[in-house]
Design a protein around this ligand. Structure first.
Ligand code: EPZ
Length: 425
C-alpha cells in the first residue's frame, strides 16, 4: 500500500514552480490526433494521467518521443486504429476527448466509457448531443461509446444545456475538421478551453471566441504539424500552493503561473486575510494570522473553481468564526469533510452546502484521498495539523500533481512517500 506521511505542523516558505496544466494537456494530447504528422509539446505535466494518455495514443499507433519528462514529440502519421479499450479509458475522465479527436479522421470510433474522480453523476449527454448535431451517429453500449459517420461531419449550431468543460472541448475537437461553420453556445470558458483553441489555431484551425460564451469554428480540411507548443501553467496547482501558503501562515513565491487565471482564488485569499502580490508570471502569498472565515460558492470560470473547493476548505476549517461552502458543480464533492472531521474539524455537510465552524487546531489522523483535489486538501491538512498525518489512496493525487512531495519539500515541508513491501509482490 502506498501512503504519504505528512509531518506537521509546518510553515511553508520559499519558491515553487508550477507545472503545465493537467486539464489542458489531457485535451491537447488527443487533439494531436487531428494532425497526420508530428506535434512537439512542451510544459507537459509529468503526472500519471498523462502517462496513461500516452499509452492510449501508442495503442492507436502514435509514436511518442520522450525528449524529457515534460517535452514530447507525438507523431500521428501512422495512426490506424480508432478503438480504445475500456481497460485503458476507464482510468481517467479525459479519455472521452478521443471521440471528438478521432471522429473527424475515422468513420467508426469505439471508445471505452471514461473513468475519473468519483464526484457524483458524470453524464456525457451534452458530448453526445454535440456529436449528433455535427452528423455523427452515437450509441452507448456494453461499456463503450460507438460513434460513426457515413459522410464528413457538417457544421451546425450547438446550444449546451449546461456549461460543461468536457462537452465544449469535445465539440471543438469534432468541429475542427468538419465542413462549414459550427457555432457553439453556452460554452465553458476555462483557461484550458482557450489553450486547446490556441493549440489548434496554431496548426491552422479556425476557432474564434474561446474564452467567451460563444465559440465559432470554421471547419478546415486538414491541420499542419506543429514545431512546438507550450501548454499553459496549471491554474489548480497554482491555487493549491496559494492556499497551502496561507493555511500554514507561510510566505511562498509561486513561479510560472498566470495571475489573471487566479483572480477568483486571489480574491478569496485576500478576504481570508492573506496578502497576495501579483507579478508578471508569479504570485507571492503571505499570511501571518488565523484566517478570517469566508464563504465560497463554486461556479464555472471565471467563478470560483470547484477544483479548488476542497483545498480552500482548510482556510474555513481553521477560520476564526463560521464559513460556508456551496458546491454547485459536483454533488459528491464533500466526502473529504469526513476525513477532516477525523482531524478535529467541525463541519456539517448536507447536500450542496457545508458549514465550517472554525477550530484553532487540527490533529494528525489516518485519512483518505477520496479524489485528486480532496487528496491535495489532506496534504494541506497534514501540514497544519499537530503530528504525523497518514494520507492513503494517494494514487488519486499522483494523477494530477507533478512531484508534489518534492515541491512541498522545497518549501520546508516534511512528507514521506511510503510503500509497504507486501504491495510489491
Ligand atoms: C472538467 O470535468 C475537469 N476535468 C474537472 O476537473 C472539473 O471539476 C470540471 O471540468 C469542472 O470544472 C477535466 O478537465 C479533465 P464538466 P468535466 O463537463 O469536463 C454536467 C480535476 O480535479 N454535465 O464541466 O467532466 C456535470 O454533471 C477534475 O482536475 C452534464 O450534465 O466536467 C457537471 O455537473 C475533476 N452533461 C457539470 O456539467 C454532460 O454531458 C460540469 O461538468 C457533461 C457534464
Amino acid at each position: 500500500m502506498e501512503k504519504f506521511v505528512v509531518h506537521g505542523p509546518c510553515r511553508l516558505e520559499g519558491e515553487v514552480t508550477i507545472s503545465g496544466a493537467k486539464n489542458a494537456a489531457v485535451a491537447i494530447l488527443p487533439a494531436t490526433l487531428l494532425v497526420k504528422g508530428k506535434c512537439h509539446l512542451e510544459n507537459v505535466p509529468d503526472i500519471s494521467d498523462i502517462r496513461a494518455y500516452c499509452k492510449i495514443l501508442e495503442s492507436l499507433g502514435s509514436k511518442i518521443e520522450y525528449i524529457s519528462n515534460n517535452e514530447l514529440i507525438i507523431d500521428n502519421t501512422d495512426v490506424n486504429s480508432a478503438i480504445a479499450s475500456y481497460e485503458l479509458t476507464s482510468k481517467f475522465r479525459a479519455s472521452y476527448y478521443l471521440i471528438g479527436a478521432l471522429i473527424g479522421r475515422f468513420d467508426k470510433v469505439q471508445i471505452g466509457l471514461p473513468g475519473g474522480c468519483k464526484l457524483g453523476a458524470r453524464p456525457i449527454d451534452q458530448h453526445i448531443k454535440a456529436f449528433k448535431k455535427l452528423g455523427a451517429k452515437v450509441i452507448v453500449r456494453n461499456g463503450n461509446v460507438y460513434a460513426s459517420k457515413t459522410e464528413p461531419l457538417k457544421g451546425s449550431n450547438i446550444f449546451f444545456d449546461v456549461v460543461s468543460v468536457g462537452s465544449t472541448m469535445n465539440a471543438i475537437l469534432a468541429a475542427t475538421l468538419s465542413e462549414g461553420v459550427t457555432t457553439i453556445e453556452n460554452v465553458a470558458k476555462e483557461p484550458h478551453i482557450v489553450d486547446l483553441a490556441n493549440f489548434l489555431n496554431s496548426m491552422g484551425a479556425k476557432i474564434k471566441g474561446a474564452g467567451t460564451d460563444t465559440i465559432k469554428i470554421t471547419g478546415v480540411k486538414e491541420l499542419r504539424q506543429k514545431s512546438s507548443y507550450s501548454i499553459i501553467p496549471d491554474q489548480i496547482e497554482t491555487g493549491t500552493f496559494m492556499v497551502a501558503a496561507a493555511a500554514t501562515k507561510g510566505d511562498v513565491l509561486i513561479k510560472n503561473c498566470i495571475p489573471k487565471h487566479m483572480e477568483p482564488i486571489t480574491a478569496k485569499l485576500i478576504e481570508a486575510g492573506a496578502t497576495v502580490e501579483e507579478f508578471e508570471s508569479s504570485i507571492r502569498v503571505t499570511m501571518d494570522k488565523r484566517p478570517t472565515s469566508i464563504s465560497i460558492k463554486t461556479m464555472p470560470y471565471p467563478g470560483f473553481p470547484t477544483d479548488m473547493q476542497p483545498q480552500t476548505s482548510l482556510l474555513l476549517t481553521i477560520g476564526d468564526s463560521t464559513g460556508t461552502i456551496v458546491e454547485t458543480i459536483w454533488e459528491s464533492r464533500f466526502q473529504y469533510t469526513d476525513e477532516l472531521a477525523k482531524m478535529g474539524a467541525d463541519i456539517s455537510a448536507h447536500g450542496s452546502t457545508a458549514i465550517f465552524k472554525g477550530v484553532e487546531k487540527l490533529y494528525a489522523a489516518p485519512v483518505r484521498a477520496h479524489d485528486l483535489r480532496a487528496g491535495a486538501a489532506m496534504i494541506i491538512a497534514g501540514l497544519i495539523a499537530e503530528g504525523d498525518t497518514e494520507v492513503y489512496d494517494i494514487h488519486h493525487i499522483l494523477r494530477g500533481y507533478e512531484n508534489i512531495v518534492g515541491k512541498f519539500a522545497n518549501l520546508g515541508a516534511k512528507i514521506d512517500y511510503v510503500k509497504t513491501e507486501d504491495d510489491e509482490e
